[in-house]
Design a protein. Structure first.
Ligand code: ASP
Length: 737
């Protein structure tokens, strides 16, 4: 029997009771975390966001309340009134802050019951991630998630108050806007009132923040959602949060100072004292020393060891004398067995003619002098692993149509980046041995920040055979390189910078172009015609002509920062309601197809409803469909179970399928296509009723069905065009991810 809260007021939080409150009366409200029934005594841990307290129900003291407590189950919501009592020293629970006390229950109200949850917040073994995301509200009750969300809150608040203290205004910019220039695919929103036109969800507030500078708000920031329709990885989400800022009249150093300031505040909020300034390194240096534009500095840099070799050594080794030779040193790996050396080879991915020498012992045997010099140059200890990467002497072909990108530089690059990737792969592989990724408690060692500066302005887009903006087209080139814009784009450096932490890019930004004539020149260098530039960014080019102050800024990924601070492996651990790698929200089941009438309102014409449905549900189809001898379909479900389709009935000119109420959650449609094939659709029950109503309104006349839902019976009337019939229902249908 459920109780009402009545006029009961919570007086204490479950994680806050201490021995000093002994004797006090407390009213706790929360979830039943665990119930232990010892006969005369029932112990219940009551939990809320702050932690939990043990509540004791004593049969001898109060049989009625003891009886009521025996009805409690995991995740019931309760209010308990009782007295705080210090436990005897031998019953202290040292693992929780409230472990010295318990609450002797005097009144219990069951405020709500709970179905048996698919997993419990207190479980030590986590269910699979699909389950966690589907029942996210249960997952979020877990301690680890509560802490991650709290951390995120603290970090965001610290950043906000730091930036506000530095004179930055938080200003909102629109979500329904037009395509922005970050270069990913846009998420589009169709306009109902402007047929055929679309808003784009912003990939970043880039143009708005620049316009805010033109508008006189000389220090802007926003913790803002951005949307990019890209292929997803563990550290990417279709919608993600940036700490976005822009300021007027800055040198790059001013932007860096602000970022260092708010990161210091954010890390402090998370309990880590980091100290600016962060080291700075040019892009070229980063490539040379780390083979990467986001160096992980927790391990030694690479060393250029070309000078260690004699010319004839290089000939014997068949390596190029004009390309770099770099040594990678990973400390404390110890001597490798032959098998271990073989395992290194597949980690080396050389694009463009780089070569690996993973057997340093052999190098030492054949070229003792060179090897000794390498040891000296890399300051290697006896148990350090050294591998050498060189150019293989056969310069690879590099096209540089449309520009005069220097060949050699390109080849140097190939060697450095191949070595850089190998360095990271070795670092991961031998993490246990070198121990450099383990947290030491010393923030200066645990969090290695870095500014990477002077990025190239353009990068060669092999597919489009043209130069593309390496950051975005509003980034200012270096003043000294301005003359090379047309003649030698590869050599032009940008006033662009990235902030990097432990090998992860936290954010990037730049000083912007503030003059319309230069902006036009850049568009031209990017191969954009005047007309194209005007049609895409005309409003912005015009704004630039109304007294635009010099300005610059940056954006950092909040999700990534919190992920690193939480020590989490995936962004999904720090985003309350994230999407899967296939951009699906499993809890609300989005995206979903929408009804035809809704599409009509939006002037979206869908030529073939069958194809639309097929695409929309393709990801939810069973992994395998087998026809048995009796032509009975057996669907192999994602969870490994098999579901047979019990029946399909034909009644006169229409088909009826009696669906046992509440026992199905999807139906299978078989649709005969015009080409004579048969397509299967599985429609989860949550979506098919709105679709039914729309079938009859297909103005293509391809599938004319008059479908009504009458209680649990669906009647289909075949019309012209392809036949559709219901083949059965699935009672255990579980959409695939
Ligand atoms: N809008 C850029 C981005 O999101 C950042 C910047 O240039 O400020 O990458």
């Amino acid at each position: 029997m459920l109780d009402f809260l009545g006029d009961l007021q919570r007086t204490h939080r479950c994680g806050e009771l201490r021995a000093s409150q002994s004797g006090q009366r407390a009213v706790l409200m929360g979830w039943v975390n665990r119930r232990r029934d010892l006969g005369n005594l029932i112990f219940v841990d009551v939990r809320d966001r702050t932690g939990m307290t043990q509540v004791v129900f004593n049969k001898e003291r109060d049989p009625a309340i003891h009886e009521k407590a025996s009805q409690l189950r995991s995740e019931y919501v309760v209010a308990v009134i009782g007295k705080v009592k210090q436990r005897t020293a031998d019953t202290f629970n040292k693992s929780i802050p409230t472990g010295e006390v318990e609450l002797t229950a005097e009144e219990l109200r069951i405020l709500n019951e709970s179905k048996q949850p698919p997993f419990l917040p207190g479980d030590t073994i986590l269910p699979n991630e699909e389950m966690r995301l589907k029942y996210r509200y249960i997952d979020l009750r877990r301690d680890a998630m509560q802490q991650n969300i709290e951390l995120r809150h603290k970090v965001a608040i610290a950043i906000r108050s730091y930036l506000s203290s530095q004179g930055f205004f938080e200003i909102e910019t629109p979500f329904m806007t037009r395509s922005t220039p970050e270069g990913a695919r846009d998420y589009l929103v169709p306009s109902r009132v402007q047929p055929g036109s679309f808003y784009a969800l912003p990939q970043s507030p880039q143009l708005f923040k620049q316009i805010l500078m033109i508008s006189g708000f000389d220090r802007y920031f926003q913790i803002v959602r951005c949307f990019r329709d890209e292929d997803l990885r563990a550290d990417r989400q279709p919608e993600f949060t940036q700490i976005d800022l822009e300021m007027s009249y800055p040198q790059p150093e001013h932007v860096w100072e602000v970022v260092e300031g708010f990161l210091t505040a954010a890390f402090k909020a998370a309990g880590h004292e980091i100290k600016p300034q962060f080291p700075r390194m040019s892009y070229d240096q980063a490539i040379r020393l780390y083979g990467s534009d986001k160096p992980d500095m927790r391990l030694p840099a690479m060393t250029d060891v070309r000078a260690a070799f004699q010319a004839e050594n290089l000939t014997t080794l068949a390596v190029s004398s004009s390309l770099p030779i770099v040594a990678i040193r990973i400390p404390k790996v110890g001597e490798l067995s032959r098998k271990e050396r073989d395992e290194i080879k597949p980690l080396f991915i050389a694009k463009g003619g780089a070569k690996l020498f993973e057997d340093f012992k052999r190098l030492e045997k054949n070229f003792p002098e060179a090897a000794a010099k390498i040891r000296e140059q890399t300051t290697a200890e006896a148990d350090d692993l050294i591998v050498v990467v060189a150019g293989d002497g056969k310069p690879a072909e590099h096209k540089s149509e449309g520009g005069v990108k220097p060949e050699v530089k390109q080849h140097d690059h190939a060697v450095y980046t191949a070595a850089g990737l190998l360095r990271l792969a070795l670092a991961q592989k031998y993490a246990d041995r070198h121990g450099a990724f383990k947290k030491t408690g010393d923030p200066a060692k645990d969090y290695r920040f870095l500014w990477v500066t002077d990025f190239p302005m353009f990068e060669w887009d092999e597919e489009g055979k043209r130069w593309a903006a390496a950051h975005h087209p509003f980034t200012s080139p270096h003043e000294h390189d301005m003359d090379n814009l047309e003649s030698d784009p590869a050599s032009v450096r940008a006033l662009a910078y990235d902030v990097v932490l432990n090998g992860t890019e936290l954010g990037s930004g730049s000083i912007r172009i503030h003059r319309q004539d230069i902006q036009s020149k850049i568009f031209h260098a990017l191969g954009m015609t005047e007309d194209e530039a005007r049609s895409r960014f005309g409003f912005f080019l015009e704004a630039l002509e109304y007294g635009t102050p010099p300005h610059g800024g940056i954006a950092l990924g909040l999700d990534r920062i919190v992920m690193i601070l939480a020590g989490a492996e995936s962004l999904r651990e720090v985003i309350p309601f994230p999407k899967t790698a296939r951009a699906v929200d499993l809890m609300v089941d989005a995206p979903t197809p929408v009804g035809r009438s809704q599409l009509k309102d939006l002037h979206i014409h869908v030529g073939d409803l069958g194809i639309l449905m097929r695409e929309a549900w393709l990801s939810r189809l069973p992994t395998e469909i087998k026809l048995t001898k009796k032509h009975r379909r057996v669907y192999q479900m994602s969870n490994g179970s098999r579901v047979g389709i019990p029946f399909a009935r034909e009644i006169g000119g229409s088909w009826a399928l009696s669906l046992p109420e509440n026992q199905y959650n999807a139906i299978v449609l078989l649709c005969q296509t015009e080409a004579g094939g048969v397509m299967d659709f599985i429609l989860p029950s949550a979506v098919f009723s709105p679709l039914w109503d729309d079938f009859s309104r297909d103005d293509e006349g391809r599938i004319e069905l008059d479908v009504k839902r009458d209680g649990a019976t669906i009647v289909l009337q075949p019309g012209e065009g392809p036949n559709i019939r219901i083949d059965g229902y699935l009672s255990k249908y579980d959409p695939l991810i």
